[in-house]
Design a protein around this ligand. Structure first.
Ligand code: CA
Ligand code: CA
Length: 208
């Protein structure tokens, strides 16, 4: 009888848990990065970022300007003509601590999603912000956003709208023009010429 009683308690709990999982799955959404916790640079940091050819970039946690949770990722940038920069989170980067997604790529069923969604706090600079996704073959795929707004705005970009970067690919990229899963890195780059601050928050995989 003891066993029966125990089962009587556990089974409804399991049922409720499975209902919860089914509900979360039916939402078709997976929170990948909310930019909570420590935001820091350097090889021991939690964000892989840098710049070159006269541009500069810095990152910080912003508890003041945020869309979701306790904080957002603040990116201060000076994008000079001919310069470049990147602000990346994900796996296989030089900065190992940037592998700070809420779910690791190997544990994601990418067939359930077909787009990436996130919020940007625009600065209305008129410049473009590139968002790159790095595929399993180290190939960099890009989508462009026009910073012609102020305040928080959501962007939902289907995987199919990303194009393989023609300006640069890392050595060792497969360059097969195929978007190979799992995606293992996302990164942002404010493009020249402009200066200001952007905030990023609530980055998810979604089914559009
Ligand atoms: Ca957040
Ligand atoms: Ca590829």
């Amino acid at each position: 009888m003891r066993l029966f009683k125990g089962a009587g308690l556990i089974l409804p709990i399991l049922f409720l848990v499975s209902l919860g999982i089914a509900y979360a799955e039916s939402e078709g959404e997976l929170l990948l990065d909310d930019f909570e916790g420590v935001i820091s640079g350097g090889l021991e940091g939690t964000v892989d970022y840098g710049s070159g050819n006269g541009s500069s970039v810095g990152v910080a946690a912003s508890p003041e300007v945020k869309y979701h949770g306790q904080q957002s990722l603040e990116v201060s940038f000076d994008a000079a003509s001919g310069g470049y920069m990147w602000v990346a989170r994900g796996y296989g980067l030089d900065v190992k601590g940037a592998g700070a997604w809420l779910v690791e790529p190997k544990d994601i069923n990418f067939s359930k999603y077909n787009a990436v969604a996130f919020y940007i706090y625009g600065a209305n600079t008129g410049i473009q912000v590139a968002m790159d996704l790095v595929d399993s073959g180290s190939e960099y795929w890009r989508a462009l956003i026009d910073d012609t707004f102020t305040g928080w705005k959501e962007f939902v970009i289907p995987f199919g709208d990303f194009f393989a970067r023609g300006d640069w690919q890392p050595q060792g990229a497969d360059k097969n023009a195929e978007f190979n899963f799992p995606i293992r890195v996302f990164q942002f780059e404010p493009l020249p010429v402009g200066k200001g601050k952007f905030y990023f928050d609530y980055l998810r995989l979604v089914k559009k």
